[in-house]
Design a binder for this molecule. Structure first.
Ligand SMILES: [Zn+2]
Ligand SMILES: [Zn+2]
Length: 336
């Protein structure tokens, strides 16, 4: 038997229950979970705001653990391999988007912890297309948040069109932003952090930012222009107002790249057309992107700042994450 933390109905409480340890079906592996990050998107499972979700459901899409059983027909993964599973719950490989290489847009829309049970558990089953290799030197508790928050910022930054030496700003210094600043610095960008309040400046510099803009005391757009304008602004904040306020700091051909889920924002068409600027969103990534994220982080020393809780304290840990007070990611650990 194994313990899982499940939600039985939309808005229902987290319940710790015992279930038989599942066997991996065709094209799947079983993972003994060591750590699972708690992401704000887990609220979709908790509150039932994702279409078609079936209950009971075990949330969790920031999973780190060890493969302990594989479907016999699966040649590429073996028991004992350290792996992670993120938001992308795998893809079919033969629908039209997959045939175009856009695996993230697969019509099967498999999402870990939503379409099937996720990582708030001692064991979980994942299709092989969702599995990323985790480097030996990266502890599971560090790898877990990198499977969503890390992957999202790393993959957005490396696809944003900036080159080493370009000015790249990261808006927001929370769960996503504190990783985004580290990645931008390690990628060789002239990294600028933008957040609210003077007190975050020292942290931003410790994470690798060469400049810090306090958006409460300064106009972030004009401060960015003093630095020559930003080739990329990675918007991790969830405030549309904060996003609108930075767009004027984009350099010619600059991109405001959005990963924070704000509900709406103001964009100036004149600003876009006069400088060939763009506003673009970015999806986190698939399992190979996650694998690249983990490998890059292991090599360069990028690490999340975490608060950890034992699996049994999932409810308390979730509330801590939802409070917005966690510094900066909340991670569940599973005793072996
Ligand atoms: Zn997430
Ligand atoms: Zn597909």
């Amino acid at each position: 038997m194994m313990r899982v933390v499940q939600v039985s109905q939309p808005g229902g409480p987290f319940e710790i229950v015992e279930r038989p340890i599942p066997e991996p079906g065709e094209g799947s592996v079983r993972i003994r979970v060591e750590a699972c990050g708690i992401c704000h998107s887990d609220a979709l499972t908790k509150d039932g705001h994702y279409p078609g979700i079936q209950y009971p459901r075990v949330p969790g899409h920031e999973v780190a653990g060890v493969i302990d059983a594989v479907d016999p027909g699966t040649a590429e993964w073996q028991p004992g391999q350290r792996v992670g599973v993120g938001w992308n719950g795998g893809y079919c490989g033969h629908c039209d988007p997959c045939r175009r290489g856009e695996f993230f847009a697969c019509v099967t829309h498999q999402v870990t912890g939503i379409t099937y049970d996720g990582g708030y558990a001692e064991y979980m089953i994942a299709p092989v297309s969702a599995v990323a290799l985790m480097p030996a030197e990266l502890p599971a508790v560090d790898a877990a948040p990198l499977m969503c928050a890390g992957l999202t910022t790393f993959n957005a930054l490396r696809n944003a069109g900036a080159r080493p030496g370009d000015t790249v700003a990261v808006l927001g210094l929370g769960g996503l932003g504190h990783l985004g600043v580290q990645y931008a610095a390690k990628m060789g960008f002239h990294t600028v952090a933008i957040a609210r309040g003077q007190d975050k400046g020292p942290l931003a510099r410790r994470l690798g930012a060469l400049a810090y803009i306090d958006s409460q005391a300064q106009d972030p757009a004009s401060e960015l222009l003093k630095l020559g304008g930003a080739k990329v602004i990675l918007a991790t904040a969830t405030s549309g107002e904060a996003m609108s306020a930075v767009q004027g700091g984009l350099a010619v051909n600059g991109t405001l790249l959005i990963v924070g889920a704000a509900s709406s924002m103001q964009v100036s068409p004149l600003l876009l057309l006069a400088g060939c600027r763009s506003v673009k969103g970015w999806y986190s990534g698939t399992s190979i992107d996650a694998q690249d994220t983990l490998a890059f982080s292991a090599r360069t020393g990028v690490r999340p700042m975490n608060e950890t809780f034992q699996l049994e304290r999932a409810s308390e840990a979730y509330d801590r994450m939802m409070s917005g007070k966690a510094r900066f990611r909340v991670v569940l650990t599973v005793a072996p």
